[in-house]
Design a protein around this ligand. Sequence first.
Ligand code: 3PG
Ligand code: MG
Length: 399
Amino acid sequence: MTIRNLDDLLGEGVSGRRVLVRADLNVPLDKQTGEITDDGRIRAVLPTLSALVQAGAKVVVCSHLGRPKGAPDPQFSLRPVAGRLGELLGAPVHFAEDTVGDSARSTVAGLADGQVALLENLRFNSGETSKDDAERGAFADQLAALGDVYVDDAFGAVHRKHASVHDVPARLPHVAGRLVLREVEVLSRLTGDPERPYVVVLGGSKVSDKLAVIEALLPTVDRLLIGGGMCFTFLKAQGHEVGTSLLEAEMVDTCRNLMERAPGKIMLPVDVVAADAFAPDAAHDTVPADGIPSHRLGLDIGPETVAGFAAALSQAKTIFWNGPMGVFEMAAFANGTRGVAEAITKADAFSVVGGGDSAAAVRALGLDESSFGHISTGGGASLEYLEGKTLPGIAALEN
Ligand code: 3PG
Ligand code: MG
């Protein structure tokens, strides 16, 4: 792999140069107040930004937020992120009202050495996500005109073939930022020769979203622990009734096939917390996994399952965890996720947390981030990396 990184760029000298940094500042916002509920992704890009500021670069940051439809949409504005970024950097961040228009050009032109600008949401422009190479290319031309050199530090977006990720590096000298470099180093330890036992915990709502990664991991892991909404399709495949729990009926045969292919490797819940409704105050009980009442739905794994998963994790030397074990946003259904997360922190293992949701769960549950080996900022990106797919954003840096 011949990827140049930030140190190579700093070695060349960046004082007075416009450095266009693609970051993933796609942070969760409170639906009511619009406030940032988890700033982990902003903090993750600080090492790169601070190094550039200290070296006297004119730092031009760009990012997407949410999934606006190629036109300005105020609920997805990056303005609140500019405020938070400024607080964390300890210096004002000059916010451009558009991405590549008059405001962006004048904001960038007005930067002094060591100052930082943030452009408005990349996805307010249809060229960013276009499937048409020419449309994406035209937008990439405009974006590239705002920098002399490009740094990709948006690990969470490297699996997207988008203009800012895939096409801009073809137009400017380019390097990987500190975050992208660290993420790739860590994840390559998992795909390389992980220390064993290698235990993977998967949760989240859909088997169909995780099928490719399960297929890729099954031959290499020693144990695969499955919780979250997706466990009910597996329980169904084991012949259990799952009441009104989340079920992907068309995936039942696939799940049965996966279990048959690797006998004993996949561990499923033996008990679940079953509730009357999907609500924080719904009546609920712990029931055996083969005894979910027909009118109830499972919203968390049960305590016996947590104990079993914890025992498997305590043996592990390498752990990867993606996806919550239950509806952790509701206190009544957070114990499974908390229990598994705590078991991971106690294990004498190299542990990696992948995925926006699991990373947010770690912080929302008040767990100590430093007791995990690495918390990835990428959800889809880390899964696709483990699947062994070519990631457009990484491939673009290799050229
Ligand atoms: C994420 O949140 O997974 C990344 O920011 C990528 O966002 P996307 O899935 O909307 O491309
Ligand atoms: Mg995503």
